[in-house]
Design a protein around this ligand. Structure first.
Ligand code: IMP
Length: 428
């Protein structure tokens, strides 16, 4: 009963969408376990480019089912829009299952997210503004609305009424904003229930049954380990657990089913939103890389911050997840640079900082210790064999392997499925 977890090793946007789509040809099901439509996964195939926010990235392969697990927060309007868009392009979505236990992002969560961000002023987290944080706050506060509740609105009415009254006080009395009308919220819920109803299931059972039959299940990470609520650069994090622990709680999955935990890392670093990033590059070199790599958020379009590969952070995420291997993406973006830097340590106040710190203020004070390696002229773009890589690029990959402490299994050299160098298969 094999499950394969594919998890972001950095601050998200590592190229997991492509990797999962590439692996999904050998899978029966792809499952999302955390986050919401703050995620943006890009898949490029013979039908074009697909930008997915909630639907699992295996959807383009016929016969591969998709599950949105209980750990995900679902904006039903966004999900239905995404399904319509996929159907219009001839993609079959009938094998998509949404957990009855997943929580709904309600209209008041989106409003709250944006009002709270504004109130944070210069301390803003830079959230995606999709209501993700407030939906998880309500889940933990035991006032959330589960997807299954949409089918029994009468049953949750007292909770919904209390919650909306509380939110409206918050919006009007604290933030000086406008109240939401219960009738509007209910109308939306009814509309969602009608269209989403056929997709709602006890997904832990669907996954369990599939695994019991020997089916191969990919656990699709969203965001990255350094944005993990528990293990990331708190408070500049998302509100869920993108790392491996989140996969078990976010699906109701027996951990013994997981046979591989693979970390996806980009050959350099990016970060969207606020928070410290020790190996950040500023100025024209960052701008050039951003443009070349089109590093703009899939969800918000915001320019991503660019940095050198951070070996300290990379090693830490390997440890948190117990990665059994890694996928290195976007090596081609570094083609043509005279030299490449790797962050191999941190220093603060003249002293070495041995671990990725828990404190965001210490992380902000960390100065990177760099190793500089020769760059390469010959392109790695579209390479499909290790022997096609220039020796300098191969040495760079080996150094990343050493620093992170696990083996590179696939190198991605371009956005399409087949622009990949397979070193050791992940799904047999
Ligand atoms: P939230 O998840 O919208 O609450 O945003 C919290 C932080 O996580 C912000 O810095 C976001 O930019 C970041 N974030 C959330 N989702 C993603 C993602 O899919 N990729 C990269 N950063 C993300």
């Amino acid at each position: 009963m094999p499950a394969y977890a594919i998890i972001g090793g950095q601050w998200g946007d590592e190229g997991k969408g492509k990797v999962i789509d590439y692996l999904a040809r050998r899978a029966d099901c792809v499952v999302r376990y955390a986050g919401g439509n703050n995620a943006g996964h890009t898949v490029v195939n013979e039908r074009g480019k697909f930008q997915l926010h909630l639907v699992p990235s295996g959807i383009c392969w016929p016969g591969v089912s998709g599950v949105i697990g209980n750990g995900v927060v679902v904006d039903p309007g966004v999900l239905l829009g995404e399904l319509d868009g996929l159907n219009a392009r001839g993609i079959d979505t009938s094998l998509l299952y949404v957990s009855e236990r997943a929580h709904v992002i309600m209209p008041y969560h989106i409003l709250q997210d944006n009002l709270e961000e504004k109130a944070r002023g210069s301390g803003a987290i830079g959230t995606t503004g999709r209501g993700v944080g407030p939906a998880y706050m309500d889940k933990a506060g035991r006032v959330g609305i589960q997807v299954g509740d949409l089918l029994d609105l009468e049953g949750v009415m007292p909770r919904l009424e209390r919650t909306l009254a509380f939110k409206n006080s918050l919006f009007t009395k604290i933030y000086g904003g406008k109240a939401l009308a219960m009738d509007d919220v209910l109308a939306k819920c009814r509309e969602w229930a009608e269209r989403l109803g056929p997709y709602i299931h006890p997904t832990e059972q669907i996954v369990e049954d599939l695994l019991a039959k020997g089916g191969r299940v990919i656990l699709e990470g969203a965001q990255g380990t350094l944005l993990d609520l528990d293990h990331g650069s708190y408070p500049y994090v998302t509100s869920s657990s993108p790392s491996i622990g989140g996969a078990c709680t976010g699906l109701g999955l027996n951990p013994q089913a997981i046979v591989e935990v693979v970390g996806v890392y980009k050959a350099y670093s990016t970060r969207v939103g606020g928070g410290p990033m020790p190996s950040e590059i500023h100025g024209p070199q960052a701008d050039e890389l951003r443009i070349k790599a089109q590093e703009f958020g899939t969800t918000t379009g915001r320019p991503r911050r660019i940095g050198w590969f951070d070996g300290v952070a990379g090693r830490y995420s390997r440890q948190i997840n117990g990665f059994t291997g890694m996928v290195l993406t976007r090596l081609d973006i570094l083609d043509g640079l005279p030299s490449v830097k790797i962050c191999v340590g941190y220093q603060a106040g003249g002293r070495e900082v041995e671990r990725f710190p828990a404190s965001a203020s210490l992380l902000a004070r960390c100065k990177p210790v760099y190793e500089e390696m020769p760059g390469w002229d010959r392109p790695t773009a579209s390479a499909t064999k290790l022997s096609q890589l220039p020796a300098e690029a191969a040495a760079y990959v080996r150094r990343i392997e050493e620093l992170v402490g696990c083996q590179v299994r696939i190198i991605s050299t371009g956005p399409s499925r087949d622009e990949s160098i397979l070193l050791e298969p992940i799904i047999p």
